[in-house]
Ligand binder design. Sequence first.
Ligand code: URA
Length: 211
Amino acid sequence: MAQVTVMDHPLIQHKLTIIRQKDTGTKDFREVVSEIAMLMAYEVTRNMPLEDVEIETPLVKSIQKTLSGKKVAIVPILRAGLGMVDGFLAMLPAAKVGHVGLYRDEETLQPHEYFVKMPADIAERQLFVVDPMLATGGSAVAAIEALVKRGAKPRNIKFICLVAAPEGVKVLNDEYPEVEIVTAALDEKLNEIGYILPGLGDAGDRLFGTK
Ligand code: URA
């Protein structure tokens, strides 16, 4: 069985229902995607390590907690992944942001890189790869391949999406079993042209108001 974490938080599920509806317009779609991304960022950072630090409050010296461990980078897959960046940055304002751009070869239908720009130290970072839809898994695998080629370690990568298809989860799991997949919903299946059912349509078009 595929390894995937479904975030069944009531706020996330409620907001997901809003963006699934075909009559939700660009402004609301964009805002709610950002809100869901923020909630998901809150949840996926739950196990970040902490260390003790000595501080001075206005009254006394005190030992308190501060984040330790790896620094973070958020990596949207262009273009729909951009819709999740602000929500992640709201929770992780000091994170670096890398970008992966892929296009699909018309003949082979395979994804190819056209733009990859990463922080220099990606090998040392915890990476949150964000893309609203995990459909066939082709782009997710290609994006992670692009990161691994540049030194990232699969065990330090989490793939975060809003809606996943079982087919995409399997493809990504088979190729990169160490990459944790976190989704707001695991839907039924792909249709014959690779859209997720019930899904929410084309996430990029709905975010940017294109067709
Ligand atoms: N990409 C999308 O934006 N939507 C789908 O349903 C599948 C892939």
